[in-house]
Write a protein that binds this ligand. Structure first.
Ligand code: HEC
Length: 155
């Protein structure tokens, strides 16, 4: 029995080493451009901290990579979250969105956060600074309401 466990542990180790060479997702880090939501809208420091700490790792071109992001299988999960998250919403490209899209994404932000879907729970489990307090959720809602009013007033 002990021997089997030892072999299994060695096998697991070998597998872990081998998967390090499979499909390494490229890490993204692009400079901030003038299309970024924080620069485009006049965002308060509190709101910009919230977005950067809780959303930018998956919804921007400036994700912060944790040390384990180099190690498979974490590298795969992280790479997939970022790719998928940015496909849905990339705050780095905010200024390029149509009026309709900006309004819709703002609406979705409140919905997703209120329902507890965003930030992804499996992410906040590892990143305590991304867990939103009640006050932060209220701030997000007020900010979204005021931004949507500005969008509605655009011609
Ligand atoms: C760990 C990665 C991760 C973090 C952090 C994260 N998201 Fe997401 N987000 C995703 C992924 C992946 C999707 C697409 C799949 C889904 O909806 O679950 C998504 C989808 C969304 C959508 C849906 C877009 C649409 O039009 O349907 C919104 C809105 C959103 N996120 C807002 C936020 C906000 C706001 C934050 C910060 C408070 C945040 N997300 C943090 C990964 C993340």
């Amino acid at each position: 029995m002990k021997k089997i466990l030892k072999y299994l542990a060695i096998l697991l180790l070998v597998i872990l080493v081998i998967i390090q060479f499979i499909n390494r997702p490229e890490q993204i880090s692009e400079p901030v451009t003038e299309n970024d939501i924080i620069g485009t809208l006049n965002i308060s420091p509190g709101m910009s901290d919230l977005l950067k700490a809780a959303c930018y790792d998956c919804h921007s071109n400036q994700p912060r990579y944790p040390w384990y992001s180099e190690i498979a299988p974490f590298s795969w999960w992280i790479g997939e979250h970022i790719e998928h998250g940015r496909d849905e919403l990339n705050f780095s490209e905010w200024a390029t969105f149509s009026k309709r899209k900006r309004d819709h994404k703002l609406e979705e932000m409140v919905e997703e956060v209120e329902e507890g879907h965003m930030p992804l729970p499996k992410y906040t489990w590892m990143h305590s600074d991304a867990r939103l307090s009640k006050e932060q959720i209220t701030m997000l809602k007020e900010w979204v309401t005021s931004e949507r009013a500005k969008i509605a007033a655009e011609d």
